[in-house]
Design a protein around this ligand. Structure first.
Ligand SMILES: [Zn+2]
Length: 299
């Protein structure tokens, strides 16, 4: 079945992807971003997620990257924006992070992306009181409503990403807003706009801590799923491994995505920086082959 997404991205009827293999620009972080995109194109990638949070991107570079991608026939379905810290305690910080997030939404529009992925904000959850959690929820709702105005004016959508249940600076017993899929559902349903959806990060689901797995989360999110970050973990911590290098049930993930009718980027978000640069192309090429098989469901 050839859908409009496939047509838009020039993907042939024969391959008939309902999900498009894509990769985050984080596999060659030591190169200039333009060099990374050229290298990914040469390996065969046709779709990338640009990480706008990286220091390799600035205002003057966005139009050059857009032009390069067009020349190389590379599509950008989703980008990773600069995360808004709407629940930060300091008003000054809150304003700074919101300004950066708004700027990245505008850049996403210039790059022709359909979705900009943003993390929810959780900085006050460390208080561990019900009032603190409610305060975080309210800040996120107000903050994303503010960002939505920019997204609507720019013609892109916002995909709010699920967070891992534990962060590097988590306090004991701290609950992280946005780790529970029902919290994200509450957020997107409260905002209620076709320009707001959810990005599933498979690696941010830790079954041994949360008691649910990736397949269950996909089914809970359902039609609100608009973007993905694909990588594996061992079920105990965040790792960003290639699929099948950890314990995630990839057949169940792909089945779940097909069952909820997900169409969009099947976007790999991994770090290969410990692999020597001269050997890394083979791994990035293998990763493409892996994703092509996964989206077809032949694994
Ligand atoms: Zn992610």
């Amino acid at each position: 079945m050839l859908d409009s997404t496939n047509r838009a991205f020039g993907i042939s009827n024969e391959l008939s992807y309902e999900m498009i293999p894509s990769i985050s620009t984080s596999v060659f972080p030591e190169l200039e971003l333009e060099e990374e995109i050229k290298r990914l194109a040469k390996i065969g990638w046709r779709c990338v997620e640009i990480n706008l949070g990286s220091s390799r991107v600035d205002k003057g570079r966005v139009s050059k990257i857009a032009k390069l991608c067009e020349e190389l026939d590379i599509s950008i379905i989703q980008v990773h924006g600069r995360n808004p810290g709407m629940a930060r305690r300091s008003e000054e910080e809150r304003r700074k992070f919101m300004r950066q997030a708004k700027e990245s939404i505008i850049w996403a529009g210039e790059l022709g992306a359909k979705w900009v992925v943003l993390h929810p904000s959780n900085r006050k959850a460390g208080y561990r009181t019900l009032e603190a959690l409610n305060d975080v929820k309210r800040s996120n709702l107000e903050g994303f409503l503010e960002l939505l105005e920019v997204a609507e004016a720019t013609g892109v959508g916002i995909a709010i990403e699920n967070l891992p249940p534990v962060l590097h600076d988590s306090l004991p017993g701290e609950s992280i807003f946005g780790a529970d899929p029902y919290e994200l559902l509450w957020l997107v349903k409260s905002i209620n706009s076709k320009r707001i959806g959810i990005c599933l990060d498979t690696n941010h689901i830790i079954p041994s801590i949360q008691g649910f797995d990736q397949y269950q989360v996909i089914k809970i999110i359902g039609q609100h799923l608009v973007a993905t970050h694909i990588s594996d973990n061992d079920g105990f911590r965040e790792q960003h491994l290639l699929p099948f290098m950890g314990k995630i049930d990839w057949n169940a993930v792909v089945r779940g995505l097909k069952e909820v009718g997900y169409r969009g980027a099947f976007n790999l978000e991994v770090g290969f920086t410990r692999v020597p640069l001269k050997l890394r192309d083979s791994l990035v090429s293998y990763a493409l082959r892996l994703l092509e098989e996964l989206v077809k469901g032949q694994v």
